[in-house]
Design a protein around this ligand. Structure first.
Ligand SMILES: [Zn+2]
Length: 56
């Protein structure tokens, strides 16, 4: 199952990937892993729905 990788430092949404993956945040260049990622409220395989996130 894939999880959503969110940078714990700047909150940037990186991608959906397996939790054992690691990727580098393009904004603040910190490494985000399955362990240190910031977890979204709903950690489920849901279709991407950014409507709620684009409201300022
Ligand atoms: Zn970042």
């Amino acid at each position: 199952m894939q999880v959503e990788f969110i940078c714990p430092r700047c909150g940037y949404h990186l991608a959906w990937a397996l939790p054992e993956m690691e990727m580098k945040c393009p904004k603040c260049e910190s490494w985000v892993s399955g362990k240190n990622r910031k977890k979204p409220e709903l950690d489920l395989m849901l279709p991407l729905d950014d409507d709620q996130l684009t409201l300022f």
